[in-house]
Design a binder for this molecule. Structure first.
Ligand code: CAA
Length: 386
């Protein structure tokens, strides 16, 4: 049975993450957002705390915490700044967890210690300009050459793509085989023919790096192949099982941050000679935020508990991701309402919460894709097959 009581170790890690977030992340969040600054110094501090690769076994440089504990620290970082939470989610969940699960011993030794220590960042190259939700329909091609592979193609919306030393690149080896022809390669980004370009003009996550990647005849050795030819799609989906969980946990942080900021503001702000917190319509907004925050956290913890038990968790992860991301958008929006005009400028974190939350219902699978995964699990019918 799932136990909602935290262990002493979990409490300690949550407190440590909370203190770190308040001391290091919160004070920099506004300026990094305003300046569209990807704060590599702060990323290194996060790595030094052991928060990158926290779920990775200790022998490869991780902290080897369980998924429940991982959610606690991701929630705290998500409350501070989703740009930094994105770094944790991508490096830890999408990249490290994939290498732990699918990598050879050599690949683990080569990359995991560097990723956990922050010496190298990693990115997840699945999405392409013409390939979003239909993830198996990739145009990037990998062609066998003597001793390795030559990769040609492009990737889009890749978080950390301009700063990563490692790119997980998903490519098609045989278009006739559809998703069974996909492969995943661990590509060093200093390979000849690999280049990246910054994407600007985003609504939110301005303190996070987002890239377009180009692979122009990039050659990698056979040892860069992760798993077998044909495992690519399963590697991507299993990575997203962890990544969606991490996004959901970060969104619980946005919900909690929205609630905390709203309660504080509503008690301090007076109108009609009373704190606005005493008005029923304001309390209704606060109650709605509280319910959404607790529900989102409960769903995340349930998914984490299943992962820790080694039980299937794909559907429960999609439920948590769907609910928590939509809740984060809703809570941030309500928080602005509670703050009135003050919530519309960045003196308070709530407008950034809304802008940053907005991408979470898009990336790592849109809300609509999560609904189709859930709907398929409950009905046994795949809505994507005509
Ligand atoms: N774990 C392991 N294997 C899985 C799996 C999982 N969670 N889910 C499916 N698979 C396997 C299936 O068992 C099946 O295997 P077989 O061929 O052996 O039977 C195979 O994968 C194909 O499965 P489906 O038939 O379910 O595949 P589908 O084509 O219907 O696609 C989908 C399903 C859910 C729509 C999927 O394409 C999907 O999740 N799309 C969204 C993609 C997405 O989330 N993109 C975000 C990219 S990351 C990002 O945002 C960038 C960033 O930097 C943050």
């Amino acid at each position: 049975m799932i136990d909602f009581e935290l262990t002493d170790e979990q409490r300690l890690i949550r407190e440590t993450a909370r203190d770190f977030t308040d001391r290091e992340i919160v004070p920099r969040a506004r300026e990094n957002d305003r300046n569209e600054h990807f704060d590599t110094e702060l990323v290194q501090k996060i790595a030094d705390m052991g928060f990158l690769g926290a779920i990775v076994p200790e022998e490869y440089g991780g902290r080897e915490v369980d998924y429940r504990t991982y959610a606690l620290l991701v929630e705290e970082i998500g409350r501070g700044d989703s740009a930094m939470r994105t770094v944790v989610s991508v490096v830890t969940s999408l990249v490290c967890s994939s290498i732990v699960r699918w990598g050879t011993e050599e690949q683990k030794q080569e990359w995991l210690p560097r990723l956990c220590s922050g010496e190298a960042l990693g990115c997840f190259g699945l999405t392409e300009p013409d390939t979003g939700s239909d993830a198996s329909n990739l145009k990037t091609r990998a062609e066998k050459i003597d001793g390795g592979w030559r990769i040609n193609g492009g990737k889009m919306w890749i978080s950390l793509g301009n700063y990563s030393k490692l790119a997980m690149i998903f490519a098609q080896t045989d278009p006739e085989k559809k998703h069974k022809g996909l492969a995943c390669f661990l590509v060093p980004t200093d390979s000849e023919g690999f280049s990246s370009q910054e994407i600007h003009g985003k609504l939110g996550l301005k303190g996070s790096d987002t890239a377009e990647l180009s692979l122009d005849g990039v050659e990698v050795a056979d040892s860069a192949l992760m798993g077998q030819i044909g495992d690519g799609f399963k590697i991507a989906m299993s990575a997203l099982d962890s990544g969606r969980y991490s996004v959901a946990a970060g969104c619980v942080g946005i919900c909690q941050g929205s609630l905390d900021a709203s309660v504080a503001y509503a008690k301090e702000r007076t109108q009609f000679d009373r704190p606005i917190a005493s008005f029923q319509l304001v309390q209704e907004m606060i109650a709605d935020m509280a319910v959404q925050t607790e529900a989102a956290r409960g769903l995340v913890w349930r998914a984490g508990w299943l992962k820790d038990q080694g039980k299937p968790s794909t559907t429960e992860t999609s439920i948590a991701k769907l609910y928590a991301t939509e809740a984060a958008v809703s809570c941030a929006d309500r928080a602005i309402q509670v703050h009135g005009g003050s919530g519309y400028v960045d003196d308070y974190p709530v407008e950034r919460y809304l802008r940053d939350a907005r991408v979470t219902t898009l990336y790592e699978g849109t809300s609509q894709i999560q609904k189709l995964i859930i709907g398929r699990a409950y009905t046994g019918i795949n809505a994507l097959v005509p």
